[in-house]
Design a protein around this ligand. Structure first.
Ligand code: HEC
Length: 121
């Protein structure tokens, strides 16, 4: 009986530690976009707006900024994007603050695109 107790105790301690490990580990991996990579507004940034259905709310008759395809760039820059300064750009700070749960890779792309000068590329 004592042996059984020991087995239960050891396995629950093992489970406890392994569950903590796997819960926390994946979120700690930082997303790094290679410095040499050019982030493209049309190929990398606007698809994020499509994936997250931003125009459902951000359209001509809805919330600003209007993210309707074709007009996104002029509606974002300079009002919501301070080219070269992501931490002073509402587009980045709003999404980084958790708006719509945008994934880490998309956030990193938006950040790099802004910090690299927010080109209409
Ligand atoms: C379900 C509706 C909805 C969706 C979808 C949505 N938003 Fe918003 N968004 C809002 C509302 C409402 C506000 C204004 C209130 C607030 O600031 O939270 C807002 C605010 C913002 C702001 C700040 C505007 C300001 O004037 O400071 C930005 C930038 C923004 N959204 C970008 C986005 C982007 C990019 C997406 C897609 C990834 C998105 N939103 C998806 C509803 C939405």
């Amino acid at each position: 009986m004592k042996k059984l107790l020991k087995i239960v105790l050891v396995s629950s301690i093992t489970l406890l530690f392994s569950s903590c490990y796997y819960d926390e580990f994946p979120e700690d991996i930082p997303v790094v976009i290679p410095p040499g990579q050019t982030v493209s507004f049309s190929e990398d940034i606007t698809p994020i707006f499509v994936t997250y259905n931003c125009t459902e709310c951000h359209n001509a008759s809805g919330q600003n900024p209007d993210l309707t395809p074709g007009g996104e760039y002029s509606n974002l820059v300079p009002a919501y994007v301070n080219a070269g300064n992501s931490t002073d750009s509402r587009l980045y700070t709003k999404l980084a603050g958790g708006h719509r749960n945008v994934d880490a890779t998309s956030l990193a792309l938006i950040k790099k695109w802004i910090d690299d000068g927010a080109a209409n590329n």
